[in-house]
Design a protein around this ligand. Structure first.
Ligand code: MOS
Length: 690
């Protein structure tokens, strides 16, 4: 028997709890005897703490303790240095969290934090990425383990010989993840065991990190992530809040709730590195690419090397006989950058897909046609055929839905009153990967089934999607299936990240359900429960290494005020090929959310760093602008019906990130088409256009 829950638009299982406010987030659990932590940021960029004066803070009503490097419980060294908090007096960047005040109320903790006096010995600092920074170097690899540079053919010769050339440098500023729920934790110790309710994207990996830091067996740590209010990558690993809360709770021997403030999200939890990207493209007069070079620069901290894989997108996107990509990095006195939706691919695609638009203009060719002409069934990087590549189909369907055929290619040709109107396109792709996972499935005598897996639903609808997958795999209506996720006591599962969640988790869920069905051949249980489990490590690890990617085509139409340069988005439309779509409702939200975030990148977001101060000057949502609903007048996402048998049992490619890839380029290309002005440093503000 097979049902067809997969593919149906079910509302989120926890939707009612979320909209009625009864869904509990990390610091919303009632806890007896709870206390409140408030983190104290460093006031210098680089230096040493010479003295921590806690007298005034400790005298303030309700304050129980000030935890700092001089009195904090010890952590095991060895894990990511970013997590080795309150262990030493060194300051690596402004805003580094150097103390925690614990008090009986949130207000008392905040007041106590204000009263902590810290003296520093401060040294000179360097906090701005420049293309001629003396400390630029070539890292050994880029994230997660790609070669730093690649070269095929002879780029220099191929470029020099070509009749049409584009040489352009694009700049993107720092971007800050701002999930609605901040990084937040409730931590409690009991009998040497640590229990945390934490806001993260993967409780299994956070548990492993805490166990290592506090030198505990993994079984002694439990991490619960029932509901998570977003992450975008910034919660993809253990971060400061959970470590500080656990340290503070151990120090005061009471439960501690600690949420970072909105301001504290600008730095200590990671951000998308600024980039400087030079792209050179050469083509024949018919638009066929002959040479591609993408040189990318980004930054990391003095604490850790984090090497964004900015140019990796270019290695597989379009074919050419002569190709080169390079990455250079500089370690600055800044917080360590971290994952933000489509790390590497998002900024990389902005540069390449902008350069493709510039090439289309240089060749005198339609930018949709130019991309189709340079499509390739074989991955230029791996030299093997893609398992499926529907880029051209996305471009064609998108062009048709968008009404691209009516477009006058000339820039600054369309006017609507005071507005200049233009449209732009970009390609999009993202790797479709999976990681090992485990899961269990149980049949109950009452006819119900229970599937358990430590997946995380960061707001994406993952819980609901896995419930649908489980129902089909069990061959029962979903109403008979219960699903439990978001708890490290459940079977181990990978992080909600890299667009790998659904692919990885559904794989284990399907295998567990199949194993259970095998056990139930003689009928459903009448007395005791029957359970089966699965671990996909071998199966996933044994998968052939093939180029697997999702694709998309992004279209945007903007209007630009001819006098003031104000840019408004008229409409945005994306068509994606991402394998099987499990739930159209939640999938659409992922895609339009990603597209909107790309719009935000094109027009609004910018971490503005002041070198004298050594930190971003805009670190709240009043001054760090993000696209709001009023900025998105019309946005549509479609997908192709795609079947790729080389992926995973559910046939999914992942949709969390592809929506943002290319969308900033589509908007920037539309602004060029509207105005005839090419802005190569984001965001495109009106002062750059006039
Ligand atoms: Mo995402 S940046 O893989 O959470």
């Amino acid at each position: 028997m097979s049902t067809d829950a997969v593919g149906r638009a079910y509302p989120r299982l926890e939707g009612r709890e979320k909209v009625t406010g009864t869904a509990r987030y990390a610091v919303e659990y009632p806890v007896d005897g709870v206390t409140y932590g408030w983190a104290v940021p460093s006031a210098v960029v680089r230096g040493r703490i010479t003295r921590v004066d806690t007298a005034e803070a400790l005298a303030s009503p309700g304050v129980l303790a000030v935890v700092h490097h001089g009195n904090a419980p010890r952590l095991a060294p060895g894990l990511e240095a970013d997590l080795w908090l309150l262990q030493e007096p060194t300051v690596h960047y402004r805003g580094e969290l150097v103390a925690v005040v614990v008090a009986t109320s949130l207000e008392a903790a905040r007041e106590g934090a204000r009263l902590v006096r810290i003296d520093y010995d401060a040294g000179p600092h360097s906090t701005v990425l420049t293309e001629d920074h003396p400390s630029l170097y070539k890292p050994d690899h880029v994230n997660p383990s790609y070669p730093t540079d690649t070269e095929e053919g002879d780029f220099d010769a191929g470029y020099a010989a070509a009749p049409v050339r584009v040489d352009a440098t694009y700049r993107t500023p720092a971007y800050h993840n701002n999930p609605m729920e901040p990084h937040a934790t409730t931590a409690r110790w009991h009998d040497g065991r640590l229990l945390v309710h934490d806001s993260n994207q993967g409780a299994s990996s956070v548990r492993a990190a805490l166990a290592e830091l506090f030198e505990l067996p993994r079984e002694s740590v439990r991490v619960v992530t029932d509901h998570v209010g977003g992450g975008f990558g910034s919660k993809g690993y253990a971060k400061a809040a959970v470590v500080l809360a656990a340290l503070a709770a151990r120090h005061v021997d009471r439960p501690v709730k600690l949420a970072l403030t909105r301001q504290q999200l600008f730095g200590p939890v990671g951000y998308r590195t600024p980039t400087i990207q030079r792209v050179r493209l050469a083509a024949d007069t018919d638009g066929r690419l002959t040479a591609i070079c993408h040189d990318a620069m980004s930054q990391s901290s003095t604490i850790l090397e984090f090497a964004e894989q900015t140019a990796v997108y270019t290695r597989s996107m379009y074919a050419a006989p002569h190709r080169r990509t390079t990455h250079r990095l500089v370690r600055l006195d800044v917080p360590t950058p971290f994952w933000m939706r489509a790390p590497g691919g998002c900024p990389g695609a902005y540069a390449l897909e902008s350069a493709m638009d510039e090439l289309a203009v240089a060749v005198g060719m339609d930018p949709v046609e130019l991309r189709i002409r340079n499509d390739t069934p074989v991955d230029p990087d791996q030299g093997r055929p893609f398992t499926s590549r529907n880029l051209a189909a996305c471009l064609r369907e998108g062009a048709q839905r968008f009404g691209w055929a009516d477009r006058d290619p000339a820039p600054r040709a369309r006017r609507d009153g005071r507005w200049l109107v233009g449209s732009g396109v970009a390609g999009s792709s993202h790797p479709a990967r999976a990681r090992p996972s485990s899961a269990t499935a149980t049949a109950r005598p009452d006819g119900g089934f229970h599937v358990r897996i430590n997946a995380t639903d960061i707001g994406t609808g993952a819980r609901t999607a896995l419930w649908q997958v489980a129902a089909d795999a069990l061959g029962v209506p979903p109403e008979r299936v219960e699903i439990s996720i978001g708890d490290s006591d459940l079977p181990n599962a990978p992080v909600a990240g890299g667009s790998m969640g659904t692919a990885s988790w559904s794989w284990a869920v399907i295998r567990a359900c199949q194993a259970l069905r095998g056990k139930l051949r003689d009928g459903v249980p009448t007395e005791a429960e029957v359970s089966a489990g699965a671990d996909t490590s071998e199966e996933v690890g044994g998968q052939p290494d093939l180029p697997r990617y999702a694709y998309g085509a992004q279209f945007a139409e903007v209007r630009v005020d001819a006098t003031t340069g104000e840019v408004r988005l008229n409409r945005m439309l994306g068509v994606f090929a991402a394998g099987r779509v499990v739930n159209p409702t939640t999938a659409r939200s992922q895609l339009i959310g990603g597209m909107t975030m790309g719009l935000s990148m094109a027009l609004h977001e910018e971490g503005l760093l002041d070198e004298r101060y050594g930190d971003w000057v805009n670190h709240d949502l009043a001054t760090y602008h993000i696209t709001g609903c009023a900025d998105v007048e019309s946005i549509e996402a479609y997908w192709l019906d795609e079947h790729d048998g080389e992926l995973n049992p559910a046939g999914v490619k992942g949709i969390g990130e592809i929506g943002i890839v290319g969308s900033a380029a589509a908007v920037a290309n539309a602004v060029f088409h509207a105005t005839g002005v090419r802005i190569r440093d984001l965001p495109i503000r009106l002062d750059k256009l006039i």
